[in-house]
Design a protein around this ligand. Structure first.
Ligand SMILES: *[C@@H]1O[C@H](CO)[C@@H](O)[C@H](O)[C@H]1NC(C)=O
Ligand SMILES: *[C@@H]1O[C@H](CO)[C@@H](O)[C@H](O)[C@H]1NC(C)=O
Ligand SMILES: *[C@@H]1O[C@H](CO)[C@@H](O)[C@H](O)[C@H]1NC(C)=O
Ligand SMILES: *[C@@H]1O[C@H](CO)[C@@H](O)[C@H](O)[C@H]1NC(C)=O
Ligand SMILES: *[C@@H]1O[C@H](CO)[C@@H](O)[C@H](O)[C@H]1NC(C)=O
Ligand SMILES: *[C@@H]1O[C@H](CO)[C@@H](O)[C@H](O)[C@H]1NC(C)=O
Length: 529
């Protein structure tokens, strides 16, 4: 790369370089002004939502749309130019029986709640045809994935579900709004079936592939699905702990011939799941560990062989379900402002690894939600009585920053900026070949109770004949990493009764030569002009 086609970004802390003020310790970082060879396409649908289906009607609304949730989706739609994609299913998909005569959308049985799990998932779910038709309340142009039951190993039930899903997406109320069914999914995390009682403990990937083919082939034939038409299959949805031969991995599923079956020939996308830790047993973990730059990379780079194996077969690769900590999130971690910082780095890191789409899992009352779409009457962290209205949580601001960084053009690509610092991460975003935006993240945690001056890093965009002369900076402002409210994005709050922004937009103009300060637990979006 020529020096003309690059500028150098100076952060603090290392040896002086000739073009920096003598006293300023710097790390020099090269940011190509033209897209580098490691830039990868950035999807307008990078950030999507996975919804636990037992309480789908609470999310979407029954007789009318849930305008709070729809508003939060429309905010993202405006910024990224496409509404977020929605997957509905997850654990619940393997507990669902389709009853064609059932008039209400869903009848679900819930166990008692506890302080560890204030909002447990249903144990048994029956649905009728109107369940899928509720998709009509989504924003115009939304694309969906629907999950079906593989856990029950019942072909007739899966075929009945599939027929009802496809019928819903042929109804005028859905088609008139351009709401499309991209994918059907058979089974959630089948690699865990041998542990959760849905299959014998001896069950292998080979058994899984043959049983998946047996049911998915029947569904494919019953629906008359065709290659190249929608819906196609999204497959595997593994919890994602195996990455090679013999395990529940995409590589072994391919070796076992899944792609050569009738249904398998219609697999267009491979999906795996990831959580960075778990709160299943109620032990919580540290927010600073979640946020750590090294942990974000460690949790995602494990998928590199899977991504490579998938993409080499011409298939897309998604994280079809993810979030911070499994079993609905950890209190004081998943529901905090620090988790917003985590998700910005995590989502953009995934994108730069060629993971096209990342679906954040949500359920009513789950701690790690970006939004609670309905009023709740117990605390999401303790289960104690507490009345809260429908509201956004801190991570929602991370989603907003991502959507604005992605932008509406549809021609964007992304590359991570190499920054030799354990807390500062950066990503450059291009339209065509031109550098248009950059995101910088300071993942050092600044929790409440911290004393002294808040740590900060000065980042200078300097030197070497850069053509970039001005930039605007928009900040995600956080008081403390463990805050559960009161964030602002470019001066605006989304903590409103409607989920729509309030307040005036605040941006700063910087001369790149002068640089800008990035505090611990802060992220910024730079737009170059
Ligand atoms: C779930 O509900 C259905 C319909 O009511 C019933 O037939 C089935 O036995 C129930 N399953 C479990 C595991 O309770
Ligand atoms: C699943 O169903 C198929 C077809 O009925 C059967 O061959 C297979 O043994 C079943 N799997 C288990 C684990 O029972
Ligand atoms: C994933 O993130 C967690 C922190 O949330 C960290 O403890 C763990 O080491 C990370 N895993 C890997 C493989 O890096
Ligand atoms: C909490 O709300 C649920 C419905 O969402 C209702 O069934 C329950 O009675 C309410 N509990 C209290 C204590 O108000
Ligand atoms: C990264 O920084 C460390 C110390 O801060 C230094 O020892 C190392 O040489 C640097 N690596 C590169 C590639 O610049
Ligand atoms: C948010 O700010 C308001 C007003 O300053 C304050 O009353 C409230 O306690 C804050 N909430 C949290 C969770 O920090």
């Amino acid at each position: 790369m020529s020096m003309i086609a690059a500028f150098v970004l100076f952060a603090t802390l290392a040896a002086a370089q000739s073009c920096s003020p003598a006293a300023t310790p710097v790390i020099g970082v090269t940011v190509p002004v033209a897209s580098p060879t490691n830039a990868v396409p950035l999807s307008q649908n990078l950030l999507g939502f996975s919804i636990e289906s037992d309480r789908w009607p609470d999310w979407i609304g029954i007789d009318s749309p849930n305008t709070f949730w729809i508003n939060t989706l429309e905010n993202l739609n405006k910024l990224a130019g496409k509404p977020p994609k929605i997957r509905v299913g997850a654990n619940s998909e393997d507990k669902t029986t389709f009853v064609s005569s059932q008039s209400v959308p869903v009848i679900a049985t819930f166990p008692a709640f506890s302080s560890t799990t204030p909002y447990p998932e249903a144990t048994n779910i029956t649905i009728g045809p109107s369940f899928y038709t509720l998709s009509k309340w989504l924003p115009v142009g939304t694309h969906m994935t629907w999950g079906m039951n593989f856990g029950a190993n019942n072909t007739a039930n899966a075929v009945a579900e599939a027929k009802s899903i496809v019928a819903a997406f042929k109804s005028p109320e859905v088609t008139n709004k351009g709401i499309k069914l991209d994918f059907i999914e058979l089974g959630n995390e089948p690699d865990l079936y041998k542990n959760n009682g849905l299959r014998p403990s001896t069950w292998t990937i080979h058994n899984m592939v043959s049983e998946w083919i047996a049911i998915a082939d029947e569904v494919t034939t019953a629906l008359g699905l065709k290659k190249g038409a929608s819906p196609s299959w999204i497959a595997l949805s593994f919890a994602g702990s195996d990455h090679g031969a013999g395990g529940f991995s995409p590589q072994q599923a391919f070796a076992d011939g899944i792609l050569t079956s009738t249904a398998g020939a219609l697999i267009s996308t491979i999906s795996e799941h990831r959580y960075s830790g778990s709160f299943c047993a109620g032990s919580q973990g540290l927010l600073s560990d979640l946020m750590a730059k090294s942990a974000v990379r460690g949790n995602l780079t494990v998928f590199k062989p899977d991504i490579q194996a998938t993409r080499s077969r011409g298939l897309a690769y998604y994280l079809g379900e993810t979030n911070s900590y499994a079993c609905h999130g950890a209190p004081g971690v998943s529901n905090t402002a620090g988790a917003a910082i985590w998700l910005i780095d995590y989502t953009l890191q995934a994108a730069s690894l060629n993971i096209e789409e990342v679906y954040y899992h949500h359920g009513i009352g789950f701690k790690y939600n970006f939004m609670q779409p309905v009023a709740l009457n117990r605390s999401i962290t303790t289960g104690e009585p507490e009345n809260t209205p429908a509201r956004v949580q801190p991570t929602y601001y991370g989603a907003i920053l991502i959507a604005e960084a992605v932008g509406t053009s549809g021609t964007t690509s992304i590359a991570e900026i190499s920054i030799n610092d354990s807390r500062i991460a950066g990503y450059a975003i291009y339209e065509g070949t031109k550098l248009v935006r950059a995101v910088f993240i300071n993942s050092q945690s600044w929790p409440s109770g911290s004393t002294g001056a808040r740590p900060a890093v000065k980042i200078d965009l300097l030197c070497l004949g850069t053509p970039v002369t001005t930039a605007t900076v928009k900040r995600l402002k956080i008081t403390h990493s463990d805050d559960t409210a009161n964030l602002t994005w470019g001066g605006q709050s989304f903590e409103t009764s409607t989920g729509l922004a309030s307040g005036a937009v605040v941006t700063e103009h910087v001369n790149p030569v002068d640089g800008f300060v990035l505090s611990a637990t802060e992220a910024v979006l730079l737009k170059f002009t």
